[in-house]
Design a protein around this ligand. Structure first.
Ligand code: SF4
Length: 321
């Protein structure tokens, strides 16, 4: 029987699930679309995992991260629930020791994390500007009729440089259309777009900060060779893309669960794979207790309130026995 630690990263675009063995080796990785239903995605991933191991699997610990970490953490009985910065940094430090700067670009958000001696010293996140994320690239690939998987390779074939205004998606799109009309090839425009995205990312997230190598690039967009090359040209330095760059948050969550269980000697809170069958309902309401009007999230399992959060004063969080 395989003994594993599970990491679950529930984001707005994808839900990633990994299993590590007791030595920390990666045994299984999954990337699932969240499709606005984080609980369903986590359920599906756990069922897949059980099937993959033909049920012959013992879970020693579980960690969750990502925007749906609390919800999923309650459903599965997570041992640790950690924010994305901690989870990503943990995975990177473990897989690429000595990393100083992490570039993370996902489908709908991006972040930069600065490290020194294996500790996070600073970070910045972008959750509002689409021009620095994968969804922008996907949209432009679609507009140009190029499969997103071919986008990066095509960028590498560009013969000339063309500068695309990348400050925001609207500017970039109209500038690309203009450059197409001037006669630049698709490859050149795409290459210009990769450079615009990298410039935009570094200007937004790295503004006023010292970027130091080793650089590690992760997140779904790290699969795009055009973006990797644009980073390397901009920084004039090699950028490392780890093998499992798309599921680093989940890897970090699994490592943190492993460290926690090993450090405390506790047994896991994991509810078992049967947790995927529990009736599990999140609801939200606006508290009228004061002018803060907090949006409080309440999660019920089989009719019993399991957890509440979102209240600034703790009134509801503390009401759960
Ligand atoms: S949860 Fe607390 S802080 Fe928020 S509105 Fe209610 S009473 Fe006010």
């Amino acid at each position: 029987m395989d003994k594993v630690f599970i990491g679950i990263d529930v984001g707005s675009v994808s839900t990633d699930i990994v299993a590590l063995d007791v030595e920390g080796n990666i045994l299984s990785t999954q990337y699932l679309r969240t499709n606005g239903q984080p609980i369903e995605a986590a359920r599906k991933g756990l069922r897949n995992l059980k099937e993959e191991f033909k049920g012959d699997i013992e879970v020693l610990g579980v960690g969750t991260t990502g925007s749906g970490r609390q919800l999923t953490g309650i459903m599965v009985g997570a041992d640790v629930i950690k924010n994305e910065i901690t989870a990503h940094a943990t995975a990177t430090i473990t897989l690429v020791p000595g990393t100083r700067t992490i570039f993370e670009i996902g489908g709908q958000d991006s972040k930069i994390i600065f490290l020194k001696d294996g500790m996070v010293t600073d970070f910045a996140m972008n959750t509002v500007c689409a021009a620095g994320t994968g969804s922008f690239l996907e949209h432009q690939a679609e507009r140009l009729g190029i499969p997103i998987e071919e986008f990066g390779d095509l960028a590498l074939t560009a013969k000339k440089n063309v500068r695309i205004a990348g400050r925001c998606t609207v500017f970039a799109e109209s500038d690309m259309i203009a450059k197409q009309q001037y006669g630049f090839s698709k490859a050149e425009i795409i290459n210009g777009l990769c450079e615009a995205l990298v410039r935009n990312y570094i200007n937004n997230l790295g503004r006023g900060k010292k970027l130091e190598p080793p650089y590690v690039f992760q997140g779904g967009v790290a699969a795009n060779k055009g973006i990797v090359a644009a980073f390397e040209r901009e920084l004039n330095h090699e950028v490392i893309v780890p093998k499992n760059h798309g599921v680093m948050g989940a890897i970090g969550a699994a490592i943190l669960a492993k460290e926690y269980i090993e450090r405390t000697g506790r047994t896991t809170n994991f509810r078992g794979f049967e947790c995927t069958d529990l009736d599990f309902t999140p609801t939200s309401f606006i508290c009228g207790g004061c002018d803060n009007s907090c949006e409080v999230i309440k999660v019920e399992m089989n009719g019993k309130a399991m957890a509440m959060w979102g209240d600034r004063c703790g009134k509801w969080t503390n009401s759960i026995a």
